[in-house]
Design a protein around this ligand. Structure first.
Ligand code: ADP
Ligand code: G6P
Length: 498
């Protein structure tokens, strides 16, 4: 149970995201569709909220061969993921064809917006063909959501649909939906949460469709970002690109006759759930005498994986006394495998890991254990619990939940978190060892300091980190979002009371 305050007689929650919280796969033997869990910060955070509020989830099935004739299955009995409680009538599937998948998802979302919003503008591609498909798919999601809104209204005239749209795939959807609702004289609260950074104006303006994205988002009543820096960037872009009046102190944007509320709402994790899993998980790594240095990431170039491996290599070079004493376990889940940049990263990882293992392995020991795949949360919890150091060193990251999951699972010998200040998590997790991931030599030395840190210091740091994440957990985040969006009805009364 999430403990979210929810008024089922008045409110209906409709979550919209590019992906449903699971992907559908056809079972090779039976030919039946089954749910497979999908990794990523968004799903981990939002699924328990929808389950608890009895909400609906509009999203893509994750497979282009599926059509309306394919029935969504219920979760299997063995499914213990947080999405297992999501019943099939709560799922509103969106079907994308191969061309939309290539152009909207691989092209615009992950070839243009993802790198640009992470301030890696040299990797961004700009294609008007991709952009046209992005518009078209946003329209498709808006149509599906409208159907879900109409459906929820059948429960009574006083029902307020609360639409919570997620992430960079759907930035145009709010204004499309706003217009359609206005035409129907229908009410709903529209909120948006961006799970990735919002870039500064100097970067954002490179996008040929920068104004369209801002106008799309301004269809909302409220927009949430992880940290205040992203809020300020957004306000700045609205002011400089659209000439909007902005209030930096109260985080408001005025556009046309409406006021849009902006809020910094750092996402959290289901802390108690991770702690419980860590208490129950069996020990996975038998060699207790070896200290585990752990990395857990989607295989994404923003995560700084190659820099991290090079820092570990430098550490072994400079500190041979630690050889055979440590083992680096990198768990990397394949991601966006049709995008060239991701394919290149996979090759580079294989090559760098091969080189380091070839260079330093002894008869009984290899420095890096590389797990390329999705691992269950229960198994992850065991790795987090047993790790001596977690390396969370992205080059840029909206928040990063792995850092938080690690501290939630640290229930035995306290370990050390090495964290990049370029992740949103770096803003609040100040007791971590913060380091610029581009400084390879310094990261190498920091690994050494972490290994040699006194137990007392590790304990104090970890205690403080854990205390904060336990309170600022995912429920607190969802609660804060819902509270903030409800409060906007006094600013734009037409949203709630048509
Ligand atoms: P992002 O949202 O960019 O993927 P986050 O660190 O915020 O990054 O969230 C990643 C989520 O995906 C976490 O909940 C983490 O547990 C999960 N995850 C990452 N790697 C794996 C993996 N190899 N197997 C299973 N889950 C993973
Ligand atoms: C990040 C994004 C999510 C996305 C996830 C996995 O967390 O913010 O929107 O779902 O990565 O990526 P994918 O492309 O597989 O959905």
């Amino acid at each position: 149970k999430s403990g979210i305050e929810w008024n089922p007689s008045r409110e209906r929650l409709i979550v919209v995201s590019n992906r449903l919280p699971f992907v559908l796969k056809r079972d090779d033997l039976t030919g039946k569709l089954i749910r497979k869990s999908s990794a990523g910060g968004l799903v981990t955070a939002v699924a328990p909220v929808v389950v608890d509020c009895g909400g609906r989830w509009v999203g893509w099935t994750g497979d282009c061969s599926l059509t309306v004739d394919d029935e969504i299955p219920e979760a299997s009995e063995e499914d213990t993921t947080p999405t297992a409680g999501l019943l099939k009538h709560q799922v509103v599937p969106v079907y994308l064809n191969q061309q939309q998948f290539d152009s909207y998802y691989n092209g615009c979302c992950n070839g243009t917006l993802w790198p640009l919003f992470h301030s890696m503008s040299d990797r961004a591609v700009y294609s008007s063909e991709y952009w046209q498909d992005y518009i078209q798919v946003n329209q498709l999601f808006a149509d599906k959501t409208l159907e879900a809104i109409e459906f929820s209204k059948m429960d009574g005239p006083d029902i307020v649909p609360l639409i919570w749209i997620h992430d960079y795939h759907l930035t145009l959807m709010p204004s499309i939906l706003r217009q359609a609702l206005n035409e129907k004289n229908s009410n709903a609260l529209l909120g948006f949460f961006l799970h990735i950074p919002f870039p500064p104006w100097d970067i954002f303006r490179l996008l040929p469709w920068d104004d369209e994205i801002l106008l799309g988002l301004l269809g909302c009543d409220m927009i949430g970002f992880h940290i205040e820096d992203y809020c300020i960037n957004f306000l700045d872009c609205c002011h400089r690109r659209l000439g909007c009046r902005i209030d930096r102190k109260n985080l408001l944007v005025e556009y046309g006759n409406r006021i849009v509320k902006i809020a910094a709402l750092p996402i959290g994790i289901p802390f108690d759930r991770f702690q419980r899993m860590a208490e129950e998980a069996p020990r996975l790594v038998k060699e207790k005498r070896q200290k585990i240095i752990l990395g857990v990431d989607r295989l994404d170039y923003t995560k700084g994986l190659v820099h991290r491996l090079k820092a570990f290599e430098r550490f072994l070079e400079k500190h041979p006394e630690h050889i055979e004493e440590v083992i680096f376990i990198q768990i990397a889940v394949p991601s966006r495998t049709d995008v060239k940049e991701y394919q290149e990263l996979k090759e580079e990882m294989d090559q760098v890991i091969g080189r380091i293992n070839g260079r330093f392995s002894t008869a009984n020991w290899s420095p890096i254990r590389y797990i390329y795949g999705c691992v269950s949360q229960a198994e992850l919890a065991a790795y987090y619990r047993d790790a001596f150091i977690a390396m969370v060193t992205p080059l840029r990251d909206g928040m990063n939940l792995v850092a938080k999951e690690f501290v939630a699972c640290q229930i035995e010998e306290p370990g050390v978190l090495i964290l990049s200040p370029f992740a949103g998590a770096g803003e609040t997790m100040q007791e971590a060892l913060l380091i610029n991931p581009y400084k390879i030599d310094d990261v190498a030395e920091l690994i050494c300091s972490a290994l040699e840190m006194s137990r007392d210091e590790r304990e104090v740091r970890m205690k403080n980190l854990r205390r904060r994440e336990k309170v600022n957990n995912v429920d607190a985040w969802a609660q804060a979002f819902l509270k903030a969006i409800r409060s906007t009805t006094s600013m734009n009364p037409e949203s709630d009371s048509k």
